[in-house]
Design a protein around this ligand. Structure first.
Ligand SMILES: *Cc1c(COP(=O)(O)O)cnc(C)c1O
Length: 712
């Protein structure tokens, strides 16, 4: 099925024979979601582990070789090493398939993947969803392969000036310390392919990342064969220049498809996560025609019947649309090759609501894939409404867009100690049954004090992490003390803490809680029952309104009347997210309804016992059961009303529940709510549940259909 390819890793230094398996583990992201895998690197040298930003490859490069020799003679370490290596190899060789049916091989295309901070090729939620899908596919033993982009200069580090304005600093991926490998061609050279049909030609090299048992292939146009403009195609995520963006999507869809062909990877199902890679559909049509001798009509039908399209936005305006001129420039030869004329070709991307606007990538995906889904029940309803023009009446009657609510990869997002506690409470096998609500019932039996102490540990760790960052900034840049305060140096782990961390953009209303500063001040500075708020999140580099919201928050964080209890943490990403979703007490979410298609950070918080307080948008109408968090605000999303409703919820429900101690000196009612959140949300919003739905609703029916077709 999926052929192993030869590949070379440039990154790992020579290791002593006795512990050479560490290199093997370091080059597979498996360790990132296995506490024992993480610990083996940490135990190698705790100081370097921290200094290298928990990147095993960076660490192995720094660690002196005599130290490694010494470790080889340390029997305790060697025992742990052998155990972890056996665990890893056992996982890799395990052929058990979790799930009822074995789906046919799936090729999964996405423009970004959030896997770990050592591979910064993501911008936000879409990427983390894609990353969690690959990890879960690996855990379940699904035959999946991923296609994405390398983005060598992809990561924009957020640096906030003393005036609160976000300045981006581009960072180049250090290919020498990222867990990536070159894919080699049959002659042992770094594999490079020409993207078909772009003229003048564009080339892309191919890398890979091991995500457990799943391989993710990454395209990289930053190579010598290309001229400077072409080298830039894959340099950043979502380039604003439309022409370059179109070229990016041609490389991803059509080039990505070519890579699979070149590697001899066969698959039966094509899954497109969002419209960016949708051109792969055309390439699939061409392949069916040229390799299997199908007619155009037959090939289109075959592609439709075996492709899945997931849409992630509730807004028509947020989709990519390319002018017909621009499309003609690149696809003139292409439609001829497919035996189409221009009109026929463009028809696939024409939005009946705006037929003149150009070629719409979401419309294209919806028209060319018979299996379509939104990412929550609510988002599905919205999607059916906004895209109803795309479907015929007959199609519309059959609810042409289904939904599969997002989930999160539990082993990635659960805190390690909590993971161990669950091992002890739910039984060693709980992960194999994680989507079954019944197995979560024993969460009730976790000792209240133990759970509370664990939560407090996460909170202290978060506060220390934030303070340590500010300390470094202070030491390196001599920042103004007021800035140090605004960045969280005065946070107190004993104070009720509300977290708001996500993209700083208008529809998420990051500053809703700052709507009435006088009322907020009373809440924050309540003498006996104070509250603190931690903000984090980046504005898109071209989103000035988003940057202005951020600036406003940052200015308010500097206002002495809030006493350092409002903080803005710089450079939100995977690693900051992990501290915050575990360490905050409350996770706030207040988008303009219905703009949040799903949202996943609230799931990451809830599985860790951080309580979700959200307006009823995205996944929350499905997740909220009245006992596992809070909901507030109306359907209409009026800022003033919603802010007042939020303050009411905080004052009347959240604050008393948190500070009311029972005879054991514990907030018993709060802890009960934490347990309710963990046991109701973890199974239902696990990536396991989500993947089983993708199999049940899409992958398995496609497989049955294809097998039927073969019999005939
Ligand atoms: C989970 C996650 C997101 C997505 O969060 P939303 O709730 O969808 O806004 C974004 N960024 C990071 C770093 C995440 O971990």
């Amino acid at each position: 099925m999926i052929k192993q390819d030869p590949s070379a890793n440039i990154a790992i230094p020579e290791l002593p024979e006795e512990i050479s398996g560490l290199g093997e583990i370091a080059l597979n992201l498996w360790w990132t979601w296995n506490p024992k895998g993480k610990n083996i690197f940490k135990h190698l040298n705790p100081y370097l582990w921290k200094e290298s930003g928990q990147n095993p490859i960076a660490m192995l490069k720094k660690i002196p070789s005599d130290e490694l020799q010494k470790l080889c003679k340390n029997e305790t370490f060697m025992q742990e090493y052998r155990y972890v290596l056996a665990l890893f190899r056992g996982y890799m060789d395990d052929k058990t398939l979790l799930g009822e049916t074995e789906p046919l091989p799936i090729a999964y295309f996405c423009a970004e993947y959030g896997l770990h901070h050592s591979v910064p090729i993501y911008s936000g939620g879409l990427g983390f969803l894609a990353g969690d899908i690959l990890k879960e596919a690996s855990d379940m033993g699904l035959p999946m392969v991923g296609i994405g982009f390398m983005y060598p200069q992809g990561y924009v580090r957020q640096v906030i000036g003393s005036d609160g304005w976000q300045n981006g600093a581009n960072e180049t991926i250090d290919k020498d310390i990222a867990p990536i490998e070159r894919v080699l061609d049959s002659e042992g050279r770094h594999m490079t392919i020409q993207v078909p049909f772009i003229d003048p030609p564009v080339y892309t090299s191919v890398w890979k990342i091991n995500v457990g048992r799943v391989t993710l292939y990454l395209l990289d146009t930053d190579i010598e064969e290309n001229d400077p403009w072409d080298r830039q195609i894959s340099s950043h995520l979502y380039v604003p220049d439309l022409n370059q963006r179109l070229r990016q999507q041609i490389v991803l869809g059509i080039g990505g498809y070519r890579v699979l062909e070149e590697l001899g990877i066969e698959y039966a199902i094509l899954h497109l996560n969002e419209g960016h890679p949708a051109f792969a559909l055309f390439e699939r049509v061409r392949a069916f025609m040229e390799n299997e001798g199908m007619t155009l009509e037959r090939a289109i039908e075959q592609v439709r019947k075996s492709s899945v399209f997931t849409t992630h936005t509730p807004l028509q305006a947020a989709t990519d649309v390319y002018s017909f001129d621009m499309m003609s420039h690149y696809f003139g030869d292409y439609w001829q090759r497919l035996g189409m004329n221009k009109e026929q070709f463009m028809q696939f991307g024409i939005n009946p609501d705006h037929p003149e606007s150009g070629f719409n990538m979401t419309v294209f995906g919806l028209k060319m894939c018979n299996y379509r889904n939104g990412v929550s029940k609510k988002h599905c309803e919205v999607s059916r409404e906004i895209w109803k023009g795309v479907f015929s009446e007959e199609q519309s009657a059959k609810a042409p867009i289904d939904y599969i609510t997002n989930g999160v990869h539990l082993p990635t997002w659960l805190g390690d100690e909590l993971f161990e506690t669950l091992n002890g409470t739910l039984g060693e096998n709980w992960l194999t049954m994680q989507d079954n609500p019944d197995i979560w019932m024993p969460v009730e039996s976790i000792d209240d004090r133990e759970l509370w102490n664990l939560h407090y540990t996460y909170k202290v760790r978060m506060v220390n992490f934030i303070r340590e960052r500010v300390r470094r900034k202070w030491a390196d840049e001599r920042i103004d003390p007021v800035i140090a305060m605004a960045e969280g140096v005065m946070l107190d782990p004993d104070v009720l803490t509300i977290g708001f961390a996500r993209r700083m953009t208008h529809y998420k209303r990051p500053d809703l809680i700052l709507h009435d500063l006088d009322r907020l001040e009373k809440i924050i500075n309540n003498f006996e029952r104070p509250v603190q708020i931690i903000f984090a999140g980046k504005a898109h580099p071209s989103d000035n309104p988003g940057k202005m919201i951020l600036q406003r928050i940052f200015k308010i964080a500097q206002d002495p009347r809030f006493r350092g209890r409002i903080a803005f943490v710089e450079d939100y990403g995977e690693s900051v997210a992990k501290y915050l979703v575990r360490g905050c007490d409350v996770w706030l979410n207040n988008p303009l309804i219905p703009m949040e298609a799903c949202g996943t950070s609230g799931m990451k918080a809830s599985i860790n016992g951080t309580l979700h307080c959200s307006s009823l948008d995205g996944w929350w109408p499905e997740g909220y059961n009245g006992k596992n968090g809070w909901s507030f605000g109306g359907e209409r999303s009026d800022d003033t009303d919603d802010a007042q409703a939020l303050y009411d919820t905080i004052e009347r429900q959240i604050v008393p529940l948190y500070y009311e101690l029972d005879e054991r000196k514990l907030p018993g009612a709060w802890i009960a709510m934490m347990k309710e959140a963990m046991k109701s949300i973890s199974p239902a919003f696990s990536a396991r549940r989500m993947m089983k739905e993708y199999i049940g609703k899409f992958y398995a029916p496609i497989g049955r259909m294809l097998e039927e077709g073969e019999k005939r």
